[in-house]
Design a protein around this ligand. Structure first.
Ligand code: B12
Ligand code: SF4
Ligand code: SF4
Length: 316
C-alpha cells in the first residue's frame, strides 16, 4: 500500500507536469520491463540492422533501476507533435520528411521541459531525491515503460498509442529515487485491425508487434549509413527522411489534435531534392541546425534524394 507522502508526491508531480504542458503523464515502477527476453531475441535475429548501440547496456535497457542508484520510479510523459501536412509550395521535385522532424529537434524541446519538471519537483517536494531525464538516447525501452505507466498501449506497429490522441507523440522520462504511486496499463484496442501491417511498403513487420528494423524506411533513410539495398528503392517512394505510413493508416490517428509546440520550419515537410543533393557537410549542418534531421549526414540525404528523384521521375 502506498503511504500518504507517496500519494501526495505523485499528485504534485502530475500537477506540475500538466502545468508544464505535457500532454500525458504516468508513473511506472523502476523494475525490469515485461518483455526482457524479447529484446534479446530481437538482437540475436539481427533485426536491429546496423544500430549496434542497441546491443550496448542491455542490462540497463531492460531494467531502468540500473540507470541510477536506488531508482524507485519512472515518470513517463507524452508530448504531442501532430500537425496538418501543408501542401508542397510548388511543382519542383521534392521529397517527404516524417512529421516528427518538421519542427525543432524534440530531443532538445522535451529534455528542456523535463529538466524544468525535475527542478520544480525539487522546489515543491522537501525530501531528498535524484533524477535523470531521458529522451530517446538513454538506454531504456521507452515504449515498455510508457505502456506500464498507462500512457497508451503498444500497437501492432510497435508504437505507443491511445484512444484520445493516436500515436503522434514523443515519449520522455524522469527516472528518480523518489517513491511514487505506479499507474495501471490501459486496455489495448488494436483488436482485429491490421491496417499498419498491411500498409507497410517494405514488409517490415514479420508479425504483429514485431519489427524487423533493418527493413523499415525510417531506419534505411536515417540510421543506415551505407548504400540502401536496391530492393527497397521503389518502396521508399518519396520519403527522404523517416516514414509515417504505419501511423497515417492507424484509425486512432483520426483523433490527433494539431499542436503548435513544434512550429514547422520552412522547406521541412517537403525539402527540395536539388538542395539535398547539392549540400556539402557544412551547408547541411547549417541548414538543419536544431533539427532532428541532422541525425542523417549530408551524404545520406544525398543518397536518399537520388533514390526519391528516380522514383518521382518514374511515377506517372
Ligand atoms: C531504435 C529506434 C527506432 C528504430 C527501430 C524501431 C523499433 N521498432 O524498435 C527505427 C529507426 C526503425 C525507428 C523508427 C521510428 N521511431 Co523510433 N526509436 C527507437 C528507439 C531509440 C529504441 C527502440 C528500441 O529499443 N527498439 C528495440 C525493439 C526490441 O523494440 P520494439 O521493436 O519496439 O519491440 C517492443 C514491442 O514491440 C514489444 N512487443 C514485442 N512483442 C510484443 C507482443 C505484444 C502483444 C505487445 C503488446 C508488445 C510486444 O516489446 C518490445 C520491447 O519493448 C526509441 C527510443 C527508446 N529509447 O526507446 C525510439 C522511439 C521508439 N521512436 C519513436 C518514433 C517517433 C519513431 C518513428 C515514428 C519516426 C519516423 N516517423 O520515422 C518511427 C516509427 C517506426 C515504428 N513503427 O516503430 C518514438 C515512439 C513514440 C511512440 N508514440 O511510440 C520513440 C519512443 C522515441 C521517443 N522518445 O519519442 N525507431
Ligand atoms: S515507418 Fe514505414 S517502413 Fe517503417 S514500419 Fe512503418 S510503414 Fe513500414
Ligand atoms: S493501425 Fe490498427 S493494428 Fe496498427 S496500431 Fe493502429 S489500431 Fe493497432
Amino acid at each position: 500500500m502506498p503511504n500518504m507522502s507517496e500519494v501526495d508526491n505523485t499528485r504534485v508531480v502530475k500537477h506540475l507536469a500538466t502545468e508544464l504542458g505535457f500532454d500525458r503523464v504516468g508513473i511506472a515502477a523502476a523494475k525490469p520491463v515485461r518483455r526482457v527476453r524479447y529484446l534479446e531475441g530481437w538482437l540475436d535475429a539481427d533485426r536491429c540492422g546496423s544500430m549496434d548501440y542497441l546491443r550496448r547496456n542491455a542490462q540497463i535497457r531492460t531494467d531502468p533501476a540500473n540507470l541510477i542508484e536506488d531508482a524507485r520510479s519512472v515518470i513517463v510523459v507524452a508530448v504531442n507533435y501532430y500537425q496538418t501536412q501543408p501542401p508542397p509550395p510548388d511543382d519542383k521535385p521534392r521529397g517527404r520528411v516524417a512529421m516528427y522532424a518538421w519542427g525543432d529537434d524534440y530531443h532538445d524541446v522535451v529534455k528542456a521541459r523535463l529538466r524544468k519538471l525535475a527542478d520544480a519537483m525539487h522546489e515543491r517536494i522537501p525530501e531528498s531525491f535524484t533524477t535523470r531525464c531521458c529522451v530517446d538516447t538513454v538506454p531504456i525501452l521507452e515504449r515498455e515503460l510508457a505502456e506500464s505507466a498507462g500512457i497508451g498501449w503498444i500497437g501492432k506497429n510497435t508504437l505507443v498509442l491511445n484512444e484520445q490522441g493516436g500515436s503522434y507523440f514523443f515519449l520522455g522520462e524522469i527516472v528518480t529515487t523518489l517513491a511514487l504511486v505506479a499507474d495501471e496499463p490501459v486496455t489495448a484496442h488494436c483488436g482485429t485491425c491490421t491496417a499498419c501491417l498491411d500498409a507497410c511498403p517494405t514488409g517490415a513487420f514479420p508479425s504483429p508487434y514485431q519489427m524487423d528494423a533493418s527493413k523499415c524506411i525510417s531506419y534505411l533513410t536515417i540510421e543506415h549509413r551505407t548504400p540502401i539495398d536496391e530492393k527497397f528503392h521503389d518502396q521508399m517512394r518519396d520519403w527522404v527522411f523517416g516514414c509515417d505510413i504505419c501511423q497515417e493508416v492507424c484509425p486512432f490517428n483520426k483523433f490527433a489534435t494539431p499542436t503548435d509546440a513544434f512550429p514547422i520550419r520552412p522547406e521541412r515537410p517537403h525539402p527540395l531534392l536539388d538542395d539535398l543533393e547539392s549540400r556539402g557537410d557544412e551547408e547541411h549542418r547549417a541548414a538543419l541546425k536544431g533539427s532532428a534531421m541532422v541525425r542523417a549526414n549530408a551524404e545520406m540525404l544525398r543518397r536518399n534524394a537520388t533514390i526519391v528523384r528516380r522514383n518521382i521521375n518514374r511515377s506517372p
